[in-house]
Design a protein around this ligand. Structure first.
Ligand code: GRF
Length: 192
């Protein structure tokens, strides 16, 4: 059976890594098996490391603070990813801006907690909540040199309810993320 390998890069809690492990890792779609073959964190204390461990997966820690430039850090990521035949890299809460050293060499998708192109950047949940938009949502897109600017793969929205708190808003976003990211991976790798 054909196996397609993914690498998952994360920085923190790793709830999206968890969704990928639960929903696609070692599972078969359209006669294609998906394997999480590599986990990378840029933070040594990221909780996602423990989530990966529960699946018997070791996380490679590559801390950006140990590199003197973004390019050197990106080169280290690329080197690690290229050690294996990775079919797709998934940025799942990976909170680093990547340079062309990475984006020109690696086929990657990113998860973003807004309906792009609205609310690019690191504060999308807060900014979309504070806006007068009556929908919030999530996007999955190809990684390009432009931050949160690559071609869109999938988007899903939810309606703002009256009395919604910031926590409610964030929870609505996260529950969509946990669906849409695994679905996008399957769509890309197994829909031929
Ligand atoms: C997600 O909301 C993602 O969209 C954003 O960072 C968060 C990561 O959450 N970029 P987790 O670490 O996967 O729980």
């Amino acid at each position: 059976m054909l196996t397609k390998k993914i690498a998952v890069l994360f920085s923190g809690s790793g709830s999206n890594l968890q969704a990928i492990l639960d929903k696609v890792h070692n599972k078969v779609f359209n006669s294609v098996r998906i394997e999480v073959a590599l986990c990378i964190s840029n933070k040594a204390d990221a909780y996602g490391i423990q989530r990966a461990e529960k699946y018997g997966l070791e996380t490679k820690i590559i801390e950006n603070k140990n590199f003197s430039s973004r390019e050197e850090f990106d080169a280290a990521l690329v080197e690690e990813i290229k050690k294996q035949d990775i079919d797709l890299v998934v940025l799942a809460g990976f909170m680093r801006i990547l340079t062309s050293v990475f984006t020109t060499q690696i086929k990657a998708i990113n998860l973003h907690p807004s309906i792009l192109p609205l609310f690019k950047g690191a504060h999308a949940i807060q900014e979309s909540f504070d806006s007068d938009m009556q929908v919030g949502g999530v996007s999955v897109h190809w990684v390009s040199e432009e931050l949160d600017g690559g071609k869109l793969i999938a988007q899903r929205a939810f309606e703002r309810k009256s009395q919604m708190s910031l926590d409610d808003w964030a929870n609505a976003i996260h529950s969509i993320e946990h669906e849409i990211l695994p679905e996008a991976i399957v769509k890309i790798l197994c829909n031929n």
